[in-house]
Design a protein around this ligand. Structure first.
Ligand SMILES: [Zn+2]
Ligand SMILES: [Zn+2]
Ligand SMILES: [Zn+2]
Length: 825
C-alpha cells in the first residue's frame, strides 16, 4: 500500500536525511535512475572511491507503493536469493522494508531488477535506501509483519485471473483443472473478500476453508507462485459451485457450469455469483433473451455490457484501437466502451440507438469456464439488481431479490464481503478515462497535492462515491450508485465503516456538496453534529475542477471548464456550463452558459423536449415556432410557456448537459429519456458519423459581458447558435452534420471563453472536468482548440470527470482550505 507520510523515519539516506520520493509519474527507467542517483550520492559521502567496488555493504531499503498482497515479498525473496544476498523482507504500515547484505555490485543489480521486474500487480511509488552496519547475515528470509513492530495495513484491488492460472484451469493434467476458484499471488479476489486488516486469510471469507496439505505447502513456500496467496484453494479444500432453482432448491447436477452453459444457450437468464456481486447473464446474441432480461429487470434503453471469451472475440464485435485493447487486458478488466462493428451478431436490443458497445473479458476462473464451450459467443453480464439498487452479493439476498428475474442461480459458497460493480472505462482523447471506478481499482490510493488531515468527503447525490483522505493520499470508495433510498444509504454506511477501518482513518472533518437537498449533505451534517466534527461545504463545479487539478498535482490557479449536468451554485441557481478561475481552495466564476428555465425541474431532465422548448423561447423563437420545432402539442406549449413566464417550477440553469439534451431533442426528436444522459449520448453517436475534421462551426455561443457595473460573470449567449441550427434543420442539412456542428460550436465557444479568461488573468493552463467530459468528441475538440490557442490542457486520468470523481475534488478543496487557514490564520 502507499505509505503514510512519516518524513522523519522514511526514505533515510546515509546521512540520515530524508530522501524525497521520486515524482509519482516516473516510468520504471526513471525510478531506477533516481534510485541509483541516491546510491551514488551516498557513496560519495561514505567512500573515497567513486566507482562500484565489491566491498560488502548492508542496506536498508524502504519501498512504498502497492507492494502488499501482490506477491512482492516472494519476488524480493527470489531476487535476493538469486543475487546471493543475505537479509530479510517484511511488510509494515508504510509498505515493505528490505535489508540486504552482500557485495555492492550485487546490491546494485538487485535494485535494478527490483524496478525492472516488478510483479504485475505491484506498483512502486518510491524507494529509499540507507546504509547499516554489517551483521554477517548470509541468507535471506521473509519475516512476519509483527517482527517489524507494526501491523500491515491495506488491501489490494481484485485482479483478473493471470495467464499462469488460466493455463492450469484449462490443463486436464493439472490438479486444479476446471477449478472455478483458482488464483495465485498475481491474481484473484482481494478487496471483495476482505473483512478487516491485516490482509491475511483469517480476515477474509476464505477463513472457513482450511487449506489441504498441498495448498498449505504452496502457501508456505517462498519460491511458489502461491506463497501467502490468501485465497489459495483447490478442489479438495476450497469453495464450490452449485445450481439452484429460483425457489432456492438445489439442483442435482454433475457439472453445474456445463448445465449453466446449456441453459444460457436455450435463452434462459442465469444469476451467476461473481467476485463483487451477482451478475444476470443471458446470451447476448439472442434478441428474445435480451428482451426478456430487460423486461424482468425493468431496464429499458440503457446499454448492457457484453463479456466475450478473449481479445479476438472482442475484436470481432468492436473496432478496437490499440489503446482499447490494452485497457481491456489490464488486471482490472474494466468494461470498455468501443465502437461496435455493424452486423457483429449481437442482439440490437443490447445497446440500442448508439454506435458503441461496452465489452469486457472474463476476469474470474468461473467466467473463463463459461466460454470454454465454443458455442458461447457473447454473454450479457449485467449487475444483478433492480434499476439503481445496489448489486446483490449475499446468497439469501440474491434469492429474495432475483427470484423473479433469473430462471436459475449458479451459486457458490465463498462469501462476498465488499460489494463492487464492474468498472467502466473508455479511451477519451487517447487516454483511459474511468466512467465508473469500482472493481480492480478500489481501494488503490490516489495522491493528493496537499496534505490532508483525516477527512471524509461524502460526494454527490447520484453515482455516489465517497473519499477518505489522510496525508498525501485519498482513498475513493467503490461506485455506490444513487443515494436516493435506504438501500443506497445502507451501502454507503457499510462501505464507509469498512474503509475507515481498513485505512485506520478517523475523520476530523466532513466535506459535502453545497446542495441542501442532497441526501449526502444531510447525512454529512448529521454525522458532523453527532461527533462534533468540523464541516466544509464545497461548490459542485469547483469540486469537479479541483479533482482534475489534484490528479495532476496542480494547486492553481488554472482556468477550469466545468462542463456538467447540474450542480448547486453559490447563488442558489443550478449551474453546469462554467468557466472558473480556480485554485484548489477557491474559485471565481468568470463566465457561464446563459441561464435558461428548466420547466418542470426534474421533469425537464427526463423529457429533453422541455429543455429544447425553453432554450428556443430564450433564443427569441415564438411559442408557435418552438412548438413546431419540438413537436409539442398546443396544450403542452401553452403550459410550458406559462410556467416559464411566471417562473413556476422552472428553476434557472446554466447547465451544459441540459443544453446537449435540448439539442438532441431538436436534432433527433428525442422527447423522453430512459436513462441518465441518453439524449446527449445519442447526439454524440450521431455526430461521429461526420468526419472528424469538421471543427469550424457556425453554431458558436457568444461570450458577452454582463450588464451592470460588474463585468463578472460573463455569459455565453446562445441566440446565434440556435438560429443557425434551426436554419440548417429547416434547410434539410443531415442530422449527423448538424450534430457535429453543434459539438464543434460548443467547443469553439468555450475555447473563446478560456481565451477571455486568459486575457483577464494571464493563466495559460486549462483543466477540463464535469460529466460532459465523458463526451469523447467534445473532449477531443476542446483539447485541439485549446492547444491551438496556446493553452496547456489537463484532463482526468484516475477518477471520473463525472460525479463519481466529485468527492476526491471535495477532499482536495478541504485540504487546501485547511492549509491556507493554517498558514494565514
Ligand atoms: Zn494467478
Ligand atoms: Zn487445497
Ligand atoms: Zn457534476
Amino acid at each position: 500500500m502507499p505509505c503514510t507520510p512519516r518524513p522523519r523515519t522514511n526514505h533515510l539516506s546515509l546521512s540520515g536525511e530524508a530522501l524525497v520520493a521520486p515524482p509519482r509519474s516516473l516510468c520504471r527507467a526513471s525510478i531506477w535512475a533516481y534510485v541509483m542517483l541516491n546510491l551514488r550520492r551516498e557513496n560519495l559521502t561514505s567512500s573515497t572511491s567513486l566507482g562500484p567496488s565489491s566491498r560488502a555493504l548492508r542496506k536498508r531499503i524502504r519501498v512504498c507503493g502497492v507492494v502488499q498482497g501482490v506477491g512482492f515479498r516472494p519476488f524480493v525473496y527470489r531476487l535476493a536469493t538469486e543475487e546471493h544476498l543475505g537479509g530479510f523482507i517484511g511488510n509494515d504500515t508504510d509498505g515493505v522494508i528490505i535489508e540486504l547484505e552482500g557485495p555492492e555490485p550485487r546490491i546494485e543489480s538487485f535494485l535494478k531488477r527490483l524496478i525492472s521486474e516488478t510483479p504485475p500487480l505491484a506498483r512502486i511509488d518510491s524507494v529509499g535506501t540507507a546504509d547499516l552496519p554489517l551483521t554477517g547475515e548470509a541468507t535471506f528470509r521473509i519475516v512476519a509483519s509483527e517482527v517489524l513492530g507494526r501491523v500491515s495495513t491495506g488491501i489490494p484491488a481484485d485482479a483478473a485471473t493471470c495467464s499462469d492460472c488460466l493455463r492450469e484451469l484449462l490443463d486436464p493434467g493439472d490438479r486444479r483443472y476446471r477449478y472455478p476458484f483458482l488464483n495465485c499471488t498475481n491474481c484473484g479476489p482481494r478487496f471483495t473478500i476482505t473483512r478487516s486488516i491485516p490482509y491475511d486469510r483469517p480476515q477474509t471469507s476464505m477463513a472457513v476453508f482450511p487449506m489441504c496439505p498441498e495448498c498449505q505447502a504452496e502457501y508456505d513456500d517462498p519460491l511458489n507462485r502461491r506463497f501467502h496467496a490468501q485465497p489459495n484453494a483447490c478442489w479438495q479444500c476450497g469453495p464450490h459451485v452449485w445450481l439452484e432453482t429460483p425457489q432456492g432448491a438445489t439442483m442435482q447436477s454433475v457439472d453445474p457450469v456445463a448445465e449453466t452453459i446449456e441453459r444460457l444457450l436455450l435463452g434462459e437468464i442465469l444469476a451467476i455469483k461473481g467476485i463483487g456481486g451477482f451478475h444476470l447473464a443471458a446470451d447476448a446474441t439472442s434478441e428474445s433473451a435480451v428482451t426478456r432480461l430487460r423486461d424482468r429487470k425493468h431496464r429499458y434503453g440503457k446499454p448492457l455490457a457484453v463479456m466475450v471469451r478473449d481479445l479476438d472475440a472482442a475484436r470481432a464485435l468492436c473496432e478496437l484501437t490499440a489503446d482499447e485493447e490494452a485497457l481491456l487486458q489490464t488486471p482490472a478488466r474494466p468494461i470498455v466502451l468501443s465502437h461496435a462493428r455493424s452486423d457483429n451478431g449481437i442482439a440490437s436490443s443490447v445497446a440500442p440507438g448508439i454506435p458503441w458497445l461496452g465489452v469486457y473479458l472474463p476476469y474470474a476462473p468461473l467466467q473463463h469456464l463459461l466460454f470454454v464451450d465454443s458455442r458461447v459467443m457473447a454473454l450479457i453480464m449485467t449487475s444483478a439488481n433492480l434499476s439503481e439498487e445496489p448489486i446483490a452479493i449475499d446468497n439469501e439476498d440474491a434469492r429474495a431479490r432475483l427470484g423473479n428475474i433469473a430462471d436459475a442461480f449458479l451459486m457458490h459458497d465463498r462469501e462476498i464481503l465488499q460489494r463492487c460493480d464492474d468498472s467502466v472505462a473508455a479511451i477519451v482523447d487517447g487516454y483511459p478515462q474511468l466512467i465508473r471506478r469500482a472493481r480492480g481499482y478500489v481501494p488503490l490510493a490516489i495522491p493528493l497535492p496537499i496534505d490532508a488531515p483525516p477527512l471524509l468527503a461524502v460526494g454527490g447525490h447520484l453515482k455516489n462515491v465517497f473519499t477518505l483522505a489522510r496525508g498525501k493520499f485519498a482513498y475513493q470508495s467503490q461506485h455506490l450508485g444513487d443515494l436516493e433510498n435506504f438501500t443506497g444509504l445502507e451501502f454507503f454506511e457499510h462501505s464507509l465503516a469498512h474503509l475507515r477501518h481498513t485505512f485506520e482513518i478517523e475523520p476530523q472533518i466532513v466535506v459535502h456538496d453545497m446542495h441542501p437537498g442532497y441526501l449526502s449533505t444531510s447525512w454529512a451534517k448529521k454525522c458532523a453534529s453527532e461527533r462534533a466534527l468540523r464541516i466544509i461545504a464545497v461548490q459542485h463545479h469547483h469540486a469537479h475542477i479541483a479533482s482534475c487539478m489534484a490528479e495532476h498535482a496542480l494547486t492553481g490557479p488554472v482556468i477550469g471548464l466545468s462542463l456538467d449536468g447540474t450542480g448547486y451554485g453559490t447563488d442558489g441557481r443550478i449551474w453546469g456550463g462554467e468557466v472558473l478561475i480556480c485554485s484548489v481552495d477557491r474559485f471565481d466564476r468568470f463566465a457561464h452558459v446563459d441561464d435558461v428555465a428548466m420547466p418542470g425541474g426534474e421533469a425537464a431532465i427526463r423529457e429533453p423536449w422541455r429543455m429544447a422548448f425553453a432554450h428556443l423561447l430564450a433564443a427569441g423563437f415564438s411559442e408557435d415556432e418552438a412548438r413546431k420545432i419540438t413537436g409539442a402539442t398546443h396544450e403542452e406549449a401553452r403550459l410550458l410557456s406559462r410556467m416559464i413566464d411566471r417562473g413556476i417550477n422552472s428553476p434557472l440553469t446554466s447547465s451544459l448537459g441540459r443544453l446537449f439534451d435540448a439539442a438532441a431533442a431538436v436534432i433527433l426528436k428525442r422527447r423522453k429519456v430512459d436513462y441518465d444522459a441518453q439524449a446527449a449520448i445519442e447526439l454524440e453517436g450521431t455526430a461521429i458519423r461526420e468526419p472528424d475534421v469538421l471543427r469550424r462551426s457556425e453554431y458558436v455561443p457568444e461570450l458577452a459581458v454582463a450588464d451592470g457595473p460588474n463585468e463578472h460573470p460573463r455569459t455565453l449567449k446562445l441566440g446565434h447558435l440556435w438560429r443557425a441550427l434551426v436554419e440548417d434543420l429547416r434547410g434539410g442539412v443531415p442530422q449527423a452534420k448538424i450534430a457535429a456542428q453543434f459539438h464543434a460550436g460548443i467547443a469553439q465557444g468555450f475555447v473563446a471563453a478560456a481565451v477571455g479568461a486568459r486575457e483577464a488573468s494571464g493563466i495559460p493552463q486549462v483543466a477540463l472536468s464535469g460529466g460532459c467530459m465523458h463526451n469523447r468528441r467534445l473532449a477531443r475538440l476542446l483539447r485541439y482548440g485549446l492547444e491551438e490557442a496556446g493553452f496547456q490542457v489537463f484532463q482526468h486520468r484516475q477518477v471520473s470527470p463525472g460525479d463519481g470523481g466529485l468527492s476526491y475534488g471535495q477532499a482536495a478543496v478541504a485540504a487546501a482550505i485547511l492549509e491556507t487557514e493554517a498558514t494565514h490564520p
